[in-house]
Design a protein around this ligand. Structure first.
Ligand SMILES: [Zn+2]
Length: 360
């Protein structure tokens, strides 16, 4: 994908330490060496804490994007000095809470989810959502994004959220009936989650050190793109699951509409923390090769407004949101992007894949 935007990226304050780089001459997903330069000089325009300029290549075998050279595992921590697991910020949306749909969609969604998960008591809730859901399977998948498309848990079902941050999803998983645990690389985020009574192990992929065959569900939200060896990481997820257990993975999409529009300023690139950007087919193939079955792509929900806002701020060098509501044109663009992704999950800003460890 060419650099389609001409505004100059903000210059980094310094270079990445030369002894902290490693070559990545072939695709980390499919091992193909044939590639094209997609972005010649990416910089950290999000948290402004990572030094260096980064080349991203697009694999000619599977379409994934990857950095070469890239930070070594020993030095990647330099890129996380002011990462967002340390704080949370509100997300912009195109749908006002005061609008007709803005008032009703949450109660329909909650009504459906309360019916699906008997432990859940979300409010506001409308029983109409539960009755309508079987008629609209795609909308049902859309609503289930909140609970990561997980099945209703059996008794004592265990869930592991890898890269759990401050543990927000662990509370949701517990609310729908799972015994939830987290795994978190960031010691500050781990300590904060444990202080709130959550069960969080400090560690990361690919070698978690956790016992195999333990979990009914393993989830990774915005994690796999940070991992040096994603194939090894998926194999570890398979090992952690019980036979029949569920994998849920969400990651930015190399083929996103926003990537085509914003080029090097697209929020999903996030150099050099994101080492690899998947395409839908590459992620499905990597999960298949790791041993997962029953794989499917799921709708990602209305995330385009957030990607548009964040990408615009990277393009203009604005670190923080101003609080100004998005322009009507931007809100319409977000609705259009969400609709296209709803119709074709291969074009969404993110990819969500669900699959299972085989029973035998
Ligand atoms: Zn590849």
């Amino acid at each position: 994908m060419p650099d389609s935007n001409t505004s100059p990226p903000r210059a980094p304050a310094s270079d990445w330490p030369s002894d902290g780089l490693e070559a990545q001459p072939a695709c980390p997903v499919c091992a193909t060496a044939d590639r094209q330069l997609a972005h010649p000089a990416l910089v950290d325009g999000i948290f402004f804490c990572a030094p260096g300029r980064w080349q991203m290549f697009r694999c000619q075998g599977c379409g994934c994007g990857y950095l070469d050279p890239r930070p070594t595992p020993a030095t990647i921590g330099l890129a996380y000095a002011s990462y967002y697991t340390h704080s949370t910020t509100p997300e912009p949306r195109w749908l006002s809470d005061a609008s007709f749909l803005g008032r009703r969609l949450p109660s329909w969604r909650n009504g459906y989810l309360n019916r699906r998960f008997r432990h859940l008591r979300r409010q506001p809730s409308s029983a109409l959502g539960g009755r309508l859901a079987p008629l609209f399977p795609y909308a049902r998948d859309f609503a289930e994004r909140d609970v990561r498309h997980l099945p209703p848990p059996g008794a004592e079902a265990r869930l592991l959220d890898i890269g759990c941050g401050d543990g927000n999803f662990l509370r949701i998983a517990e609310a729908i009936g799972y015994r939830a645990e987290g795994l978190e690389f960031d010691p500050q985020a781990t300590a904060a989650a444990c202080a709130q009574g959550l069960t969080v192990h400090q560690g990361g992929l690919p070698d978690t050190g956790l016992p195999g065959g333990t979990y009914d569900a393993v989830t990774l939200s915005q994690v796999i793109e940070h991992v040096h060896d994603p194939r090894h990481a998926l194999a570890e997820c398979l090992r952690l699951l019980k036979p029949g257990g569920t994998l849920w993975v969400a990651t930015p999409n190399m083929d996103a509409q926003g990537h085509a529009r914003f080029g090097p300023h697209w929020r999903g690139l996030e150099p050099p923390r994101h080492l690899v950007l998947f395409t839908a087919d590459a992620l499905l193939r990597a999960c298949t090769e790791a041993g997962f079955r029953n794989l499917s792509l799921k709708p990602i929900g209305p995330v385009s407004a957030w990607f548009l806002d964040a990408s615009n701020r990277i393009r203009t060098g604005t670190a923080h949101r101003t609080g100004t509501p998005p322009l009507l044109t931007e809100r319409l663009a977000a609705i259009w992007m969400d609709w296209r992704a709803f119709r074709d999950p291969r074009r969404g800003e993110e990819l969500i894949v669900v699959g299972n460890r085989p029973l035998a």
